[in-house]
Ligand binder design. Structure first.
Ligand code: ADP
Length: 421
């Protein structure tokens, strides 16, 4: 898919370049042509003026073109002209100063200026043709002046060749550059596409397991259709547990999907972290007691821990960190939630005396669906999305989330946020 997109983008860039180049080249060539030809046309017109008035004079005396054919004299009078030609009413040449040029010239009934190729001399001439008619409107003949423009046309042809060559080289270069540029431009898109694919694959995998467990347990219950509900409590509570897990997983997936699409907005209101921390600790104390382990809050009661942010999201962040600390700390251990403030930064730390995180895992635990080996072994039930969500919440608050951990002796997760005051 990305290969075709890259080819299309490359061709588009090359086509755009060619369009611009051809436009510029045509404009340059046309300008040069006009400038060159204009000088020559002016010269032809200037020379034609006295000649044309002589022809008119002869015509008025009814003697065109007899009185007018002293060619030697014409050649001397108009030395810059490469040929002067007189034609009769039928277009036959009456007189010329250069036969080779004269026979290649075209003529029409209106005055014209054109460039003509003379095969015999292998050169270009610029020709001014003036048609004359008598007072009754009958054609009497033509006067033609030709100027050698070979030098100029050769220069223009050279310019054209150079423009074509530069265009071809530019096209090649734009294809190569376009390919490189499109490759670069598409790389982040391809990466995020792959990440999305991976996300969908992992999510499907995570959804399949609880569904399979529910299915298996329901099969057992259905096989004992004659039994009472209380006889099947073991299977039913397993189903209940899996549904709880599924609901949480779907909630997490939804949060991340909304985060990716930029839909999930973060409110910006003043939040005091101290009551928030206390209320989360209170709620989680049931889990701590069940294990049992100690869960305490350390903060200066007079401290100012106000930040700007979204209270619900900050509560979710703290719940994820405390939930992990409780999950990965064995019975008898301790979990401490502490708040501190240094200048304009409020620091929220969740410290545990749990299993810790291997060095090689520490950079990956914030990735989606990443679970440490120990976490998987213990079957703690998470899908590896908690810290990815926590990371997103902290980023949305323009804060920092870091981890410090020693395997075997515990972990500290630190959230740094800008204080509101
Ligand atoms: P989950 O806990 O659902 O597996 P998380 O994204 O919250 O997913 O955590 C990812 C991994 O980070 C966990 O599987 C675990 O290996 C490790 N981890 C997170 N918090 C802790 C902690 N407090 N102590 C030890 N390991 C942790």
């Amino acid at each position: 898919m990305f290969a075709t997109a890259r080819t299309k983008l490359t061709l588009l860039l090359a086509a755009l370049f060619m369009l611009l180049y051809v436009g510029a080249a045509v404009a340059v060539y046309a300008l040069m042509y006009r400038m060159t030809v204009e000088d020559e046309d002016n010269l032809l017109m200037a020379n034609a003026k006295p000649l044309a008035s002589s022809v008119l004079h002869s015509l008025n005396h009814g003697e065109f073109p007899k009185a007018f054919v002293n060619l030697r004299q014409l050649e001397q009078l108009y030395p810059k002209m490469s040929a002067i030609v007189l034609r009769d009413a039928m277009g036959h040449i009456l007189a010329d100063t250069d036969a080779a040029v004269a026979e290649s010239l075209k003529y029409s009934y209106s005055m014209s200026l054109e460039t003509t190729w003379v095969p015999k001399t292998h050169s270009y001439v610029r020709v001014l043709s003036i048609h004359f008619s008598n007072r009754y409107g009958q054609s009497v003949g033509w006067l033609q002046l030709a100027l050698d423009v070979d030098h100029d046309i050769a220069a223009l042809n050279r310019l054209r060749r150079v423009l074509v060559l530069v265009g071809a080289a530019g096209l090649l270069l734009s294809l190569v550059a376009g390919f490189a540029a499109s490759h670069r431009a598409l790389r982040p898109i391809a990466r995020s596409w792959q990440r999305q694919q991976q996300f969908v694959a992992d999510a499907s995998h995570e959804l399949r397991t609880p569904l399979a467990v529910i299915q298996a347990n329901l099969d057992v219950v259905l096989q004992h259709g004659e039994q009472k509900v209380s006889d099947n409590l073991e299977w039913l509570s397993a189903i209940h547990e899996e549904i709880r897990r599924l609901t949480r997983l779907i909630g997490d997936l939804l949060t991340l999907a909304r985060a990716d699409s930029g839909e999930a907005a973060i409110r910006r209101e003043e939040v005091n972290l101290l009551p928030l921390v206390r209320s989360v600790a209170d709620r989680m104390s049931v889990l701590a007691e069940a294990k049992p382990l100690s869960l305490t809050v350390e903060a200066d009661p007079a401290g100012d821990y106000r930040v700007h942010g979204d209270a619900d999201r900050l509560r979710q962040l703290l719940t994820i960190l405390v939930d992990n600390a409780l999950k990965y700390t064995p019975s008898g251990g301790r979990v401490v939630i502490s708040l501190s403030r240094r200048r304009r930064v409020v620091r929220l730390q969740v410290q545990d005396s749990g299993i810790g995180i291997a060095k090689e895992d520490q950079s990956r635990i914030f990735d989606r669906f990443y679970r440490g080996d120990r976490a998987r072994e213990r079957g703690t039930g998470g899908a590896g999305l908690g810290l990815a969500i926590a990371q997103w919440i902290v980023r949305m608050h323009r804060g920092r989330l870091s981890v410090h951990s020693e395997p075997g002796s515990g972990s500290v997760f630190t959230v740094s946020l800008r204080s509101a005051v």
